[in-house]
Each structure stands twice: as C-alpha cells, then as structure tokens.
Design a binder for this molecule. Structure first.
Ligand SMILES: C[S@@+](CC[C@H](N)C(=O)[O-])C[C@H]1O[C@@H](n2cnc3c(N)ncnc32)[C@H](O)[C@@H]1O
Length: 337
C-alpha cells in the first residue's frame, strides 16, 4: 500500500556504490532548457515525478540555486539512492515515497498551492534494470517480480499464474502490442498447470517457442513485448499516467512548464493527447469569441515528439526510444473549464 508523505526521510546517507556512476540522465540539456525558464525566480518549485537515481534533479539543483525540488518515486530503493546523491542539497529538497498520481495529495500535505515545473521521465530506471533479482530484464534469468515498489502486492508471477487466458491475451496485445498474444496466453495457461511460473528464463523460452520462426527474426528479442506488457500491468502504469498528467497540468502555476519523456508509443500517446487537449478551446469552432475561462490553457513547447541525438544514443543506447513533449501553462490554475 502507499505510504503517507514522509519528508526528507530518504536523505539519510547510507553505504552504497556511487549512484551517479550507474545512471546517465536522458536528454539532460534539452530537459533543463525546456523547464529552465519557469525555474529562475527565487523559490520556484520543481517536481521530479520520477526521481529515479536523481540524475535530472541533481542538474536542476545545480543549475537553479534558488529552486526547491519535490522528488517522487514509488520505489523505496530509488529514493534512498537519490537521497544519498542529493544530500548536498538537503535544505532545498523534499523526497516523497508516492505514486505520481498522488501528486495533488502530496502538494496539499506540503502546503504547496502551485508548482513551476514538473518532469516525468517514465519507465524503469537503469538501477531497476540492472538489478537482476527485480525481474525487469528479459535477457537474464530472475524471479518474475517487476514491481517498482517492492511493497506492492502483485508480482508478474502472480499475474501469470492467476489471470485467465483471455485476460493475459488482452494485456499482451494492449500493453505489448504483441501480435501473437493469444498463442502466448494459451501456452502460459497450459504450462502453468504443469508447474507455476517463478522465473523469467522459462517465460522467455515459452514466448520464443510460441512465435512462428519467421517472426522471430524481426522486432528484437521475442520476449521484449511480453515483458513490457507484464511490467505495465504489474505497476498499473498507463492508468496511473492517464490520471497523473492532467493532475500535473492542473497543479502548474501560470507560465509553469511540464516535460514528459516517454519510452514507448503507449506512454507517448497519452502524453501527446493530454498536452494537445490543453491547447484547444472547448467551445464550438463557430463561436465568434472564446468566452473567458474557455481559452486554451497550454502552449506546446515541442514540435511533435523530440528525440535524442545520434551522439547521445551512441553513448547511451538506453536513450534510443526516448520521446520528449513539453508545454507551458498559459492560463491560470483553477480556471480550467
Ligand atoms: C527512468 S527512471 C528516472 C530516472 C531519473 N530521471 C534520473 O535521472 O535518475 C523512472 C523512475 O520513475 C519511477 N516511477 C515509475 N513509475 C512511477 C510512478 N507511477 N510513480 C512514481 N514513480 C514512478 C521508477 O521507480 C523509476 O525510479
């Protein structure tokens, strides 16, 4: 279950390898440039909704010495490592164990009426991928866990061993865009009768065997889509994002900015739709004048989705699928019709 807001609890230094050596923040300069204009005034509040190892946050704290940071993460281990990295800025940071759709409650409890910037760097962190026992990586044998918050109740193994074939096929198709969802789901249900699923290698093998030989040669590792789908289901990722982005836009002060970095098309679609919705008036096109309170409340800062440069991808292959969208609040909070 979700814990209540706990202020700065995670900022206590603890022995661990240097987290900055384990994560390179994606599209860092661009993200700083997009959010920067909103963070220059003394006391500006930035929310890092996906703190991770604190790479982006550290750059913001360095670049904007008068800004305050609220960092959220659902992964207690990420909070602990980021707290250690950001300890030099402890006066200006508040780190909170929360799922990002809890932002309105977190801001309420911290008595912050509006924020100046918010960053979503979606998906899993390098630390989560690198720690084999968390079960995110399809290329290594590990327990089928995939919880970003290891205090949450449902693991990937629970889903594989309990969902009906139809439910499994639905999540593989919707969240993994897997063409062979039905075949994989039927096979999972047959195989779990013999023995419940516990480890990722068995699932990877099953997926490979369920896909026709010709299809195995395209689209990367055959298990990639199934693992993505399970991870999204375990963490309720898309539903949470659908709630969180409008709430984040609503929390922005006038001229506040939002940046969303997605890593697959399902996330990017939600980001695109949420930001686009704010750029249109909700009155019929044939009305000669837009009544007060019905003007667009967002202005897009990016043209389509921006991608990392070829140099960045060469240096950090994990950045390859990143897509950035950003917008500025152009009508005041509370006036969204
Ligand atoms: C890609 S990493 C962020 C990396 C970070 N920008 C950095 O520079 O170190 C994404 C982080 O977001 C967290 N996360 C993912 N979904 C979340 C959610 N719904 N609520 C809160 N945190 C979430 C993950 O636990 C992970 O630590």
């Amino acid at each position: 279950m979700l814990s209540a807001v706990r202020r700065d609890r995670w900022a206590e230094p603890m022995p661990n390898p240097d987290p900055s050596s384990r994560h390179v923040p994606v599209m860092l300069d661009r993200v700083v440039a997009l959010l920067g204009p909103a963070l220059e005034r003394p006391g500006a509040v930035l929310v890092d909704a996906t703190l991770g190892l604190g790479g982006h946050s550290e750059a913001f704290l360095q670049t904007f010495p008068q800004a305050r940071l609220i960092g959220l993460d659902r992964d207690p281990e990420a909070l602990r490592l980021a707290g250690e990295r950001l300890a030099p800025y402890s006066e200006r940071i508040t780190l909170v164990h929360a799922v990002y759709d809890e932002l309105p409650r977190v801001l309420d409890e911290l008595d912050i009426p509006a924020i100046d910037g918010i960053l979503f760097d979606l998906g899993v962190s390098s630390m989560q991928l690198d720690e084999a026992d968390r079960g995110f990586a399809y290329a290594q044998d590990a327990p089928l866990d995939m919880r970003m918050d290891n205090t949450a109740p449902t693991t990937a193994a629970d889903i594989l061993n309990s969902y009906s074939s139809a439910e499994l096929a639905r999540i593989l198709f919707q969240y993994g865009e897997e063409k062979f969802a039905r075949r994989i789901a039927d096979r999972i249900v047959r195989e779990r009768e013999i023995e419940p699923f516990t480890n990722s290698a068995r699932l990877s093998e099953l997926v490979r065997d369920s896909i026709p030989q010709a299809a195995r040669r395209t689209g990367g590792h055959p298990a990639k889509r199934t693992f993505q789908a399970l991870r999204i289901e375990v963490n309720g990722e898309l539903d949470v994002l659908r709630r969180a982005l409008p709430a984040a836009v609503e929390a922005l002060a006038l001229h506040g900015r939002i940046v969303v970095m997605s890593y697959h098309s399902l996330e990017d679609r939600i980001s695109k739709q949420t930001l686009a919705a704010g750029t249109k008036s909700d009155v019929p096109d044939d009305l000669p004048v837009i009544p007060a309170g019905h003007e667009p409340y967002l202005k897009l800062l990016t043209r389509g989705a921006e991608k990392p440069t070829a140099e960045e991808v060469a240096a950090n292959p994990r950045a390859a699928s990143a897509r950035v969208r950003a917008a500025e609040r152009v009508r005041e909070k509370g006036l969204v019709a």
